[in-house]
Write a new protein. Sequence first.
Length: 666
Amino acid sequence: MIIGTAGHIDHGKTALVKALTGVDGDRLKEEKARGITIDLGFAYLPVDGGEILGFIDVPGHERLVHTMLAGASGIDFALLVIAADDGIMPQTLEHLAIIDLLGIRHGIVALTKSDLVSPQRLVDLSAQVREAIGGTSIEGADIVPVSAPTGRGIDDLRARLAASTKHVSKRSAAGRFRLAVDRVFTLQGIGVVVTGTVLSGSVRVEDHILISPSGLPARVRSLHAQNRPSEIGRAGDRCALNLAGEGITKESIHRGDVLLDPNLHAPTDRIDAGLRLLPGETKPLKQWLPVRLHHGSTEMGAHVVLLGDEPVRPGATADVQLVLERPIAAAIPDRYVIRDASAQRTMGGGYFIDLRPPKRRRGTAERRAQRAALALFDPLTAFKKLLATSPFAWDLAAFARGRALSATEAKRIEDALDLVVLETRESRLALAPDRWQLVLAELTEHVAAYHRDNPDLQGIGREKLRLMFQPPLPAAEFSAALQKMASMGHVVLDGSFVRSPTHAVHLSPRDDEFWATIQPLLAGGARFRPPRVRDIATATGHPERDIRRLLKLAGRMGWADEIAHDHFFLRGTVLEMVGIVADLAGRSANGVFTAAQFRDRVENGRKVAIQILDFFDRHGVTVNKDDMRRINRHRLDLFGPLVHSTDQTIQGRESSPVGRSDFKSE
């Protein structure tokens, strides 16, 4: 259990921690000289049962509230310190408000310097304290008079703190690892050491982690948990990690960074959040108000975007969007606090709802329903409600990443809700079973209707089919749904066409014989340099118009593609060329390639090579900028399953047109 002190300056927080643990939290020369705490201090207290209580001693000066917040974000238990002679002071109330905003639900109030006041003063002050903490997250907390110099009440307080470990819920170690950095230093012969509280999950020696938001990778060389050498640090532990790796220096890691599981690295600078404005504020919170945002151990500038129609009045709650001056590493439902732009007062705070909110259409009924679902703390309940707000699917992988859920926890949601999951390159789209059945039924009916109206065509184009849905399904989600349906045998994907498994298009006997004459001319070793219509006419003696008619029919059936006017390539060859451009881009350091490189791979002339690439540009397979092309990974399967080509396959592999396995080059 991590205990954090709170309270006004010079009320004896550090002296109390020393009396409880024997450790002086003031470690800086300036702290010793001035007699006040300037930075965070740390101490530990072993108690019965093998538990170790960790203490974070925070400064009480009004100008150091940002440092207090850096330490408070990682605590489980608040030790609110109030000097009996001074009583409740301004920083007492501000620290109490911060405890409440951070949702710290357990605490004790220690009345220090109790040896300097009368018994009646203690009675009166206790009554004032009960009133002050009433309605806060630590309402009803024990109030214990103590004196660090005389030792009065110290044993009693120590016993109460030890007993509290039985009642404070431990943080879950089931999620993915996150640690908020509050100190970075170097030790001779050891190297870089980073300390902080493990917010979720666990970390082991030799684990590979990332520093976020920088993305710098590191390896855990050794670690201490709760001030003891250990092989593992778990959620709720104060840990010191000795890190190694290229670029790992004291200067490359900062207070406010987060050490985390690499799967969680997704910094964000725009967050939807629930906000409570403190009742002591004198003005409503207005649109685009500049504030200082405190989250974890970091602090930065931000602007508040109101998601409702009215300003947020003192004491009220509302959904807002926080636009940050730089990206941070966060998770749902992390707590945060906002202070005014000059960092003079605490204004309010709350918890994060959505780490990837839209910039526009934030006030629609659908978006409000999504925020209400995302605001639910239980992941299973939240995702179930979320599915009901979506017209199609929701990304389960992004949802799990946003809440730092482990793969096991995400799978538990998937199984509990019996979800249908669609895999894409970047996401795992989840649908409720009833939603999937509706989409499946609508899609198969659209395909069947198209076949009834167009029995002589291979199938319906993918994009045309997508637009038949109202509203149209997003392209990536629609493509994933098609792949899922095809794998289940509900439809067949012939390149850019979709057809029923029972639908077949046949050429007339005359055209079938004609095609058997033409197809070999487009295949084999000449497949990257196939003859044009006029050349085929010369070779076969058939009129150009008949050859053109048959090749266009083959195009509608998905057997060939017209790259340029009267220049047709077999579909299998087109797929092979898609594989070539993907390979060229993949071999390039910056993901681009030139027409000359493509020309050399297909052993063709520059004119034809550019015509082929222009064809790919028109269909969105490639993107051309200043004669440098890159691939569009979302369109690589437009003509069918991608064929990855190698130099060996360029020289000799034969093409088979999609949909006609019997068409093979001789």
